[in-house]
Ligand binder design. Structure first.
Ligand SMILES: [Zn+2]
Length: 105
């Protein structure tokens, strides 16, 4: 998986193409992920104690991991990243285009 929890990603294909959001959850076994405010689906819920009224609730659905790209703030675009290893330092992920480090939140 090329992204991690907390990363900002941009959707590169599908109905939410071009939208940006933060990765909330990674489902590595399925190769899918959940991104904030993206791929919203409606769930018809019964009333519960937490949600005493029930009804239609909108929540994030899952996306195919290959449909998103890591967001580079410097390029203002979705980019591929590579892993940059410098001696005595932690591994960093850098943008393939501009070389700036991509930090996960
Ligand atoms: Zn960049």
């Amino acid at each position: 998986m090329h992204v991690r929890k907390g990363d900002t990603v941009v959707v590169i294909t599908g109905k939410d193409k071009g939208k940006r959001g933060r990765v909330l959850r990674i489902l590595s076994a399925k190769g899918r992920l959940v991104v904030e405010r993206i791929a919203m689906v409606k769930r018809h819920t019964k009333p519960t104690q937490r949600n005493p009224r029930g009804g239609i609730l909108e929540k994030e659905g899952t996306l195919e991991a290959s449909n998103v790209a890591l967001w580079c703030g410097k390029c203002s675009a979705g980019r591929r990243c590579r892993v940059d290893i410098k001696e005595g330092q932690k591994k960093r992920r850098v943008c393939v285009k501009c070389g700036s480090a991509i930090e996960s939140a």
